[in-house]
Design a protein around this ligand. Structure first.
Ligand SMILES: [Zn+2]
Ligand SMILES: [Zn+2]
Length: 818
């Protein structure tokens, strides 16, 4: 029999798909989109071309491919594009490691990824390929930046920022994980710099509320986003520095503890610090401390276990509720990035304030106690509940905690010294990067006109091809004098270009809309076309982007919606996070040196085997360990299917209606595969279902009564495996005398066939399985026992002995005890 030759088969079909444009999906002509048309947009997060694709990517794109194939064959128009997140640190750092220009390395990697993707046989519409580093793309990233700027949503300010000393650039808060750089793991430092920000905080509430529009997102991701936004209700309270006549607003979630405030703390990087101590005896000590403290890693400063340090400024603020004068300290346990960088310290009811008070011998004043108990001996940092009441709080004493919160804020508000307020953990998105390999920010600086946006007609601001691209603390673009110097479009005088580039997360915040209309050169996309395809119906990617890409893309979509650029408010209706791959006991990662790439496996076993194994390893959402023996197993299974297919092809089709147990097994497989993929989003169990069917066919093909159904069952197995292993399926389908399985309607299970009229009776002797037999479901119990005893193998175990007891589990088993 002809040997299964995956390489030849896969090449053949990949060429056919390309020649026929099998997976290209044209946009509907303007105005011709039909309301009732079934369409779907399946998308996996786009790769960084910082290297070739590894098995984690293979899993990601194969999951999407299965969904895309199934929906195509279920009558949907399916949009399934591919592109590259080409700008930014991942690609640039890869280039620097190789000592070559980022453009050269990035473009080589893109070519390699494209080849890999085509070799895997993913059903991608290659006509829509997009790369974020191409001027045809980033022109529109710049255009969107200008729209944000016009709307007041992009602004420039000096602020303390996170500085990665290794990557020599600033990072957004979202890119700092436990005080370290998200990309390289270096400890992040604080630095004061004039930078560009997106006003994502203006969308904090909408990012929370409109989670309702998300059809199906993992709860874990929603929780992470909620925590990151960190909305809390409380009050803004205005403290006052009499000597300098300065108001110091503070956000607190505990206005009920205002009478317990005994001191006040500023973050070391708070802009007011130098002013407080200027010309005083405290100046030198405070500024030295502030400089030192601001340089400490955030993670250490935020650690509640860390011993507190601080320094007194010599100044006092007045507490608006009781006119007490509270000393102002500077301490590193207050972070500028949370709240206002100022706190009213209530040591009796806050653990960290208490530790600080102990260290510097500051007073502790209890103001909230349990309703039915004594004031605690030692300081209790209990939460505020209706069971607690206020003490030592003037007219508010005796009120419950929640009551007092309301009453105190009202009292403050009447006096113009406070108001109810909502606090957020979320900060604005810092988008400037002091790096070469990114999208230039389309802004000019003119001595006469100040900050001038580049006119739309002058876009794109091209990234110059400099040879000096290494990071050095300021953008390498600043050294490209010819590029930096330009003419002011407003006054015609001399102007200088912004030399920072954009965070690569800006590029990826709208790419999924560009795919809808990727060659448009008069707009980022046509709104009608975008509205036709959006939102992405199924998005697939890793959990690591839960609060980075996924929140930024939601923010961008909302802004574009408000500006009338796009119709949807949420970009991704459904989200699926696939699990991580492990190899040799550790998570696959470049740094651990245990990354496996598909190429060697594809060469040896074929793409279908590799696709099948990544899906079969385990439930898609769980972490899984890669095992070479598992690949072998998948290869053997495809060999079995191949032989079965060729045998069936060699026989005449019976043409008659498929009936009997084998046909029923085929219908059950159809029902299971469809439900598992569509509803349960499971990809390993459908493969098991097809394997079972193949086993059934092998058993049945020697049974003359069922031979007539072998062809139907084999064709069903081939058809069902097609989304997972499209090449072998296509080849067998052709040999079975059909055409274009990829465009053939998905098989439908006949409900009548799903009702089983027989079942497999398990027969035990003394509790051990000694035989199995297919029997009608309606057989009475005594008949079941008779059939069981009649099995030759069971007879030999019974060996004439008397059966003392018989246990029957209807529909399942008979146990004979002797
Ligand atoms: Zn870094
Ligand atoms: Zn000017």
């Amino acid at each position: 029999m002809e040997r299964y030759d995956p390489e030849a088969i896969e090449r053949k079909w990949q060429q056919v798909w390309e020649r026929e444009g099998a997976f290209a999906v044209p946009n509907p002509a303007p105005g011709l989109a039909r309301e009732d048309e079934k369409k779907t947009y399946v998308l996996e997060m786009l790769p960084y071309p910082s290297g070739e694709l590894h098995m984690g990517h293979v899993l990601n794109y194969t999951l999407g491919d299965v969904v895309a194939h199934l929906r195509r064959r279920s009558g949907y128009r399916v949009l399934r594009p591919m592109g590259y997140d080409a700008f930014g640190l991942p690609a640039e750092n890869a280039a620097i490691r190789e000592g070559r220009h980022p453009r050269a390395v990035t473009e080589e990697n893109i070519a390699a990824i494209r080849t890999q993707a085509q070799r895997m046989g993913w059903s991608i519409d290659w006509d829509r390929e997009v790369s974020t580093h191409e001027p045809g793309y980033y022109r529109w990233t710049q255009w969107l930046f200008l729209k944000f700027y016009e709307a007041g949503l992009a602004y420039r300010k000096e602020a303390p920022v996170n500085w990665c000393p290794n990557d020599q650039t600033v990072l957004a808060n979202e890119q700092v994980i436990d005080g370290r750089c998200e990309r390289c793991g270096a400890e992040v430092e604080a630095k004061n710099l004039e930078q560009w920000f997106f006003r994502i905080t203006a969308y904090a509430d909408r990012l929370l509320e409109e989670m309702e529009l998300l059809e199906s997102w993992p709860e874990r991701v929603l929780t992470m986003q909620r925590n990151w936004i960190g909305r809390s209700e409380g009050a803004e309270v205005i403290f006052h520095i009499e000597e300098l006549d300065i108001d110091l607003p503070v956000f607190t979630t505990r206005p009920d503890t205002l009478f317990g405030a005994t001191f006040f703390v500023l973050a070391p990087e708070h802009p007011l610090v130098p002013q407080l101590v200027a010309g005083t005896p405290h100046e030198e000590e405070v500024l030295t401390y502030a400089r030192h403290a601001a340089a400490q890693p955030t993670i250490e400063r935020a650690d509640p276990e860390k011993e507190k340090s601080g320094v007194f400024t010599g100044r006092f603020v007045t507490n608006p509720v009781n006119d007490h004068r509270l000393p102002i300290w500077v301490s590193d346990y207050v972070l500028m990035e949370y709240g206002t960088g100022t706190i009213m310290a209530v040591p009796a009811h806050d653990e960290r304030d208490f530790a600080f008070a102990q260290r510097y011998e500051l007073p502790v004043q209890i103001v909230v106690v349990p309703a039915d108990g004594e004031p605690p001996e030692d300081e209790a940092f209990a939460g505020h509940s209706a069971d607690e009441r206020l003490v030592e709080s003037a007219q508010f004493s005796g009120m419950s905690s929640p009551e007092a919160k309301k009453a105190i804020v009202e009292w403050l508000e009447r006096r113009g010294k406070g108001r109810p307020a909502v606090g957020y953990r979320l900060r604005d998105w810092l988008l400037s990067r002091q790096r070469y390999w990114g999208c230039p920010i389309p802004i000019l600086y003119c001595d006469s006109c100040g900050l001038v946006p580049v006119p739309e007609s002058d876009l794109p601001v091209l990234l110059p091809d400099v040879q000096e691209y290494l990071p050095k603390g300021r953008s390498p673009l600043a050294a490209a004098e010819d590029w930096v110097r330009t003419t002011c479009p407003s006054c015609g005088g001399e102007a200088r270009r912004e030399t920072d580039t954009m965070d690569t997360f800006v590029d990826s915040s709208w790419y999924f809309i560009r795919y809808c209309d990727p060659r448009n050169d008069s707009a980022p996309f046509d709104r009608a076309i975008a509205d036709y395809w959006l939102p992405v119906n199924q998005y697939i990617g890793g959990i690591e982007h839960a609060i980075l890409h996924l929140m930024y893309a939601r923010f961008f979509t909302k802004v574009m919606n408000d500006l009338g650029i796009v119709g949807v408010r949420e970009p991704f209706a459904r989200l699926f996070n696939q699990g991580m791959l492990y190899y040799r006991g550790a998570k696959m990662s470049k740094s651990k040196g245990n990354v496996i790439v598909p190429d060697g496996y594809v060469k040896r076993y074929g793409a279908d085997t590799v696709r099948l194994y990544t899906l079969f390893m385990g439930p898609a959402e769980q972490d899984k360990e890669w095992q070479d023996s598992g690949v072998e197993g998948m290869s053997r299974f495809l060999g079995r299917l191949w032989r079965l297919g060729l045998e069936a092809a060699a026989q005449d089709g019976n043409g008659g209606e498929a009936t009997g147990p084998l046909a029923a097994a085929a219908h059950r497989a159809i029902a299971k595969v469809t439900d598992d993929i569509e509803r349960r989003f499971q990809f390993n169990t459908p493969i098991s279902a097809v394997m079972e069917l193949v086993n059934d066919i092998y058993v049945a093909k020697n049974d003359p009564e069922q031979a007539g159904n072998v062809r139907f069952a084999t064709e069903t197995a081939v058809s069902l495996i097609q989304p997972c292993a499209p090449h072998i399926a296509e080849e067998l389908w052709e040999r079975l005398g059909h055409e274009r399985l990829w465009a053939t309607p998905w098989p439908q299970a006949d409900p009548a066939m799903l009702e089983r009229d027989t079942f497999e009776l398990v027969v035990q002797v003394n509790g051990r399985v000694r035989g199995r037999v297919e029997v009608p479901v309606d057989l009475p119990e005594d008949e079941l026992v008779a059939r069981a005893k009649d099995l030759p193998r069971v007879r030999s175990y019974l060996n004439g002995r008397e059966v003392r007891k018989t246990v029957v589990v209807p529909g399942r088993l008979v146990n004979l005890v002797v």
